[in-house]
Write a protein that binds this ligand. Structure first.
Ligand SMILES: [Zn+2]
Length: 122
């Protein structure tokens, strides 16, 4: 599966292509509600370089959809896992690697590693 990173040339290129081939997201109705779409939303676990795998969504549904990817994994981390994450982060693991390993969002991994979340774990 291809992972696209914000602001990479690949990411910009795919959005340029989407615009050429499928038009503005805002010319479509949101896939999940009756509002006008605002974004092209990548369908999770599909090839991010294939334009077929993008659905028009409004901002709020897009956010919900992307959030749902991690929804099943929002189980709490154990204290030991929190310590491990911090340990690994300080020895060079990236938040992306940690996110995969622990099934949490990269932003959560960063917040845990930096002590913004799970402040109570020493
Ligand atoms: Zn919507």
């Amino acid at each position: 599966m291809n992972k696209l990173i914000w602001n990479t040339p690949e990411y910009k290129a795919i959005h340029q292509k989407l615009f050429w081939q499928r038009g503005r997201a805002s010319d479509n109705q949101c896939t999940d509600c009756d509002d006008n779409a605002q974004d092209w939303s990548h369908r999770h676990d599909t090839d991010a370089l294939d334009l077929i795998n993008y659905d028009p969504r409004c901002k709020s549904c897009h956010r919900k959809y992307d959030y749902s990817k991690y929804g099943n994994h929002r189980a709490k981390l154990t204290d030991d896992q929190v310590r491990e994450i911090r340990q690994k982060y300080s020895s060079g693991s990236t938040r992306k690697e940690l996110s995969k390993e622990y099934g949490i969002a990269p932003s959560t991994a960063a917040n845990v590693a930096l002590g913004i979340k799970y402040k109570n774990v020493a």
